[in-house]
Design a protein around this ligand. Structure first.
Ligand code: FAD
Length: 349
């Protein structure tokens, strides 16, 4: 039986919601804490993700550089590095979540001048004429469902899976079917579905395609990002290869809440991998997940009233950013002032 009153309630059990719950637990160990999801556990984008940690992708860096300038691009990169470090410090990155730490290569035709990226000649995949490759040392990866299970287990929060959740802001209560629960603090972390719960249209659903191959004998460690092709690849410790991306091949079809595989994109991913690895991959499993995109592709945080906060819109980078941001948003809720470490671009205007 779930109690009728909680100090903190989090909506959403992806990496964002579980991270918020983690920091609530850490700062107030005795407070009652509930995580509610309107689906089953491991059904959101986080569990479907490729598990890249930190966001060393040059594509993301360049897009921040173009839209926000050098200072902001570096600030966001530092923010992601801190995310990786915090996961370490909290003891969440180890073999039981298949953690790997070997950096990343970004393949691009552009030149980049940043102390974070070193140009290297051999990224271990085939390059096209005019392409260069840049190494970024601080990227890592995890098996995302394993990390989520670990956080959930260590948290020891009450968990509830309930399809109908309505917020009554005036009374600080949630209606869940027949029952009502009151909260002192509420955190909304439902990403792609944010606009369906709160009438603030800042997030758009975008589907992402990915596949896992059968094991490949040839081994490599680092994450790979193909910047202009919007493809990423990494090899798991058992030799299986994850390949994802290329949503721009069919953008209209991929703006959807419907999970499902897109044959055109899946086929292109297989072809792409064959061309770059110089060997065909045999698909073992193909799937998709629904991401929550903000307009400028960086997460959005805000306050709906004095005790309701949100962090959503992680776009393609929630595994690389949510744990750090959750620490800061939970501090904001406890202290009443937003910590200065939250980059200004993350606030909803
Ligand atoms: C195929 C794929 C590969 C990706 N690879 C990477 C990667 O390698 N690295 C990276 O950083 N990012 C990656 N991403 C993006 C990343 O997965 C997301 O940015 C991240 O998972 C967002 O986390 P979240 O917790 O905000 O959202 P989610 O994980 O989607 O969690 C939101 C949860 O809210 C629940 N919910 C919805 N509505 C309600 C409601 N009304 N009440 C209660 N709960 C509700 C949903 O059921 C869901 O469980 C990838 C995404 C996909 C799809």
């Amino acid at each position: 039986m779930i109690p009728k009153v909680y100090k903190s309630i989090v909506l959403g059990s992806g990496i964002s919601g579980l991270s918020l719950a983690w920091w609530c637990r850490k700062s107030k160990p005795r407070d009652s804490l509930l995580v509610i999801d309107n689906k089953k556990f491991l059904e959101g984008a986080s569990a479907k993700s490729a598990g890249f940690l930190t966001v060393g992708s040059l594509n993301f860096y360049n897009s921040n550089l173009e839209s926000k300038g050098t200072y902001a691009a570096n600030e966001i990169l530092d923010f992601c590095q801190e995310n990786h470090e915090l996961l370490h410090k909290e003891g969440l990155l180890s073999e039981d979540v298949s953690y790997r730490y070997a950096g990343s290569y970004s393949i691009t035709s552009k030149s980049i001048d940043s102390p974070h990226y070193q140009q290297v000649s051999d990224p271990g995949v085939l390059l096209k004429d005019g392409e260069k490759s840049y190494f970024y040392a601080l990227d890592g990866s995890v098996c995302a469902p394993q990390l989520l299970k670990k956080i959930k287990q260590l948290l020891q929060a009450d968990m509830l899976f309930e399809t109908s959740v309505k917020i009554d802001l005036k009374n600080s209560t949630l209606s869940l079917g027949e029952s009502t629960i009151s909260f002192k603090r509420l955190f909304i972390a439902n990403n792609a579905w944010f606009n369906t719960l709160v009438q603030t249209p800042i997030i758009q659903p975008v589907r992402a395609q990915i596949f896992r191959s059968k094991p490949l004998t040839r081994q490599w460690d680092a994450n790979l990002y193909f910047s202009e092709d919007l493809v990423y690849m990494r090899q798991e410790s058992d030799g299986r290869v994850l390949v994802g991306g290329q949503r721009m091949l069919d953008p209209d079809q991929e703006e959807t809440f419907d999970e499902g595989t897109n044959n055109k994109i899946q086929k292109a991913l297989v072809e792409f991998a064959k061309e770059r690895l110089g060997t065909p991959l045999e698909v073992e499993q193909a799937w998709s997940g629904i991401m929550g995109f903000s307009k400028d592709r960086v997460p959005k945080v805000g306050k709906i009233n004095d005790n309701v906060y949100y962090q959503v819109g992680f776009s393609a980078h929630g595994m690389g950013m949510a744990f750090h941001l959750a620490k800061l948003v939970s501090q904001w809720a406890l202290k009443g002032q937003p910590p200065k470490e939250i980059p200004p671009y993350f606030f909803t205007k």
